[in-house]
Design a protein around this ligand. Sequence first.
Ligand code: ZN
Length: 353
Amino acid sequence: MSNDVQALQPDAVPLPPTDLPWLQSQWAQLRQRFTDSQQAAPHALMLVGSAGSGRHATASHLASWLLCQQPGTEAACGSCRSCRMLQAGSHPDLLKLALEEDSSTIKVEQIRSLINALNLTAGFNGWRIAIIEHAASMTDNAANALLKTLEEPGARTLLLLLVDTRKALPATIYSRCQQWALAAPDEDAAMHWLQQHCQHDAASLRLALELAHGAPLQAWHMLHDDSVAEAVSINEGLGALAAGDTDVATVLAQWQGIPAERCWHWLQHHLHRCCRSLLLASAAESDALQACWQLYAEAGKSLALAATGLRQDLQLQAWLLQWRLLCNSHAMIGDFVKQQVGTGQVGTGGRQA
Ligand SMILES: [Zn+2]
């Protein structure tokens, strides 16, 4: 188990920006929970938000501010011994629990070990903080093991549970935590932030934001790990097939470097957009919608299979042949894809020099 708060940052190079203006007011409200003399400070907080919503940053902000030996009103000082240890990832009072490599669950042994560590005496200003990433991945036994600590936490002990949705956890767990939902900024603010932190063109930024469901940090990661470039390549391949400008073998060769799982994910995404466009079109052909929906569902099945590591070449080829047939018989579908590529709704721009 690592107690390194810095290790909470995803393995992206460069490191994601840390100025997150849309979270500032929420962070202020959070800090107030710990300074308000009228009520007891929370001992368990559930930070609820999708990937890229700033769950990690929020947990890090709160932990460093509480552990700081001379905290300012808005943030940790950054220079005291406690802050320096946090920066070095060696603070004894900050414990972090995450999924072990090659595991999709948090096991009961991990929770027991965390609880043992929490019961040790705090070394600095009294706070002892545990951050549980992917808290919804706790096994039933792990969740049960955590219950007692949630019911009777030690003094100045804080548990931070990070989840996508509170519904993923047993009621016994979330009813013992204060819920804290992290809000995404509006689209203009998100675009403004991305423009400040990325060198990409506006179409790519907009696409990234769409693919990230409005979460700017997630969009930032997608722009830096090739996800956006992949999604654009997939969309362009679909558009070229729909227009009859290329053949399936050429498209497959162009997608060679995209892992099967991500390939199906993006195909699903684009088919979902097509279905939505068909639904919105007043002259929608119902059999076109049905066929499109069928292809969407097949992409979903292949996505599930891709996770098992099965080779996908033949499935992908068969799927693309069906896509071409579909576009041949329903020109409307091809038009939707071409419009998306051509107008920058899906964006064709890559990273600027
Ligand atoms: Zn400090």
